[in-house]
Ligand binder design. Sequence first.
Ligand SMILES: Cc1ncc(COP(=O)(O)O)c(C=O)c1O
Length: 408
Amino acid sequence: MLKWKKESNLRYDFDKPVDRRNTNSFKWDIPERHMGCGDVLGMWTADMDFQSPAPMLDVLRKRLDHGVLGYTIRGQKYYGIIQDWLRRRYGWTLEKEAIHFCPPGVIPAVCMLIEVLTKPGDAVFAFMPNYDSLYGAAESMGRRLVTAPLLCKPQGPLRCADWKMDLQAFENAVVEQEIHLALFCSPHNPVGRVWTEEELAAFADVCLRHDVFVISDEVHCDIVREGVRHIPMGSVPGMEERSATLMSPNKSFNVAGLMTASVLIPNREVMAAFRKKLSAWAMTLDTVFGTLAVEELYSDPACEEWLDQVNAYLSANLAYAADYIDNSIPGISTYVPQGTYLLWLDFSQTPLRGGELCEYLVKRCGLDLCDGREFDPSRDDHMRLNCACTRATLEEALRRLKKGMDAL
Ligand SMILES: Cc1ncc(COP(=O)(O)O)c(C=O)c1O
């Protein structure tokens, strides 16, 4: 087994290509998305093309060698490891009883919490644009989705910080539509905002005055630019008892296939109801590898070093791509996000819209990006580009994009 020491100054090699085709990869192996074209680069769903930290892979290999993969519980070590992680990275102290795992993932936890906190037909709020499975959970659980916009009024070249919550529209909706549950995305997918202390306090103020409980999807919390600080919703003054914060090493360490989400609910009544819901769905046991992965990823300093280095690599990729697009591809504009590895691209200066835009990108450019309409049905002139790939893949993708736009 490899030994990785923090003092080793080990450089992880994120330039190393890993062919993900034919691994049942959601990002690379869905033929329908490729519209009959062979050579299409997968730049859409939010996972990375990098191998996860080697110490974690060693732990999983060792467990596999044991050879018995029976029913698995989450061990007692898990709670302390999550507590340490939250304290170390976010200065958030949480009691053990406020922590629960949810193997199917963050979105299934959101769905169950919607059931716990509202009745069919109740209004549930989300800002738009937003991650489709998050705002979509309201309607898929039979609730009424009510939205308000994120506003973007740049004073000069567009910057991520130009995106703001329209809190007046939020408060109006809360009052008029009798909203008592909001779905919040932090860091925000797709616009890339990492909300500041002041913004979170102002949002919390509306929630607290009108008795709105918040489900905060923080799956991207560990992927932020240098100097940017993520603040968990549950640690915002007044919100501890009025929110559920959902985190996961899924995005941070590229383990979406391992089912590793954690649900953080200091409110005992809500936690008890959530546990009951898990139990009703017979979701009381864990996955063999998910448990081990969380414990290793959140406790081994070598994995945290990997996270620091992947953040640096992603930040360089995003800066490079944003600069290239703004300076070399007329018609598309973008900016470096404060968090996530996703670029939100504005194609409004091109003649392409919606399905035509998607088809052009796949068939003419060989690029599979996310359609902006998934994040907001009105955004037929936006696409989302996932930059969590090797620099060589990113360079190739940008070359293809430029060639396609030059040909318009
Ligand atoms: C904001 C957000 N929440 C949740 C998820 C999915 O999380 P999970 O796989 O744990 O359900 C994603 C994946 O892209 C995401 O971007």
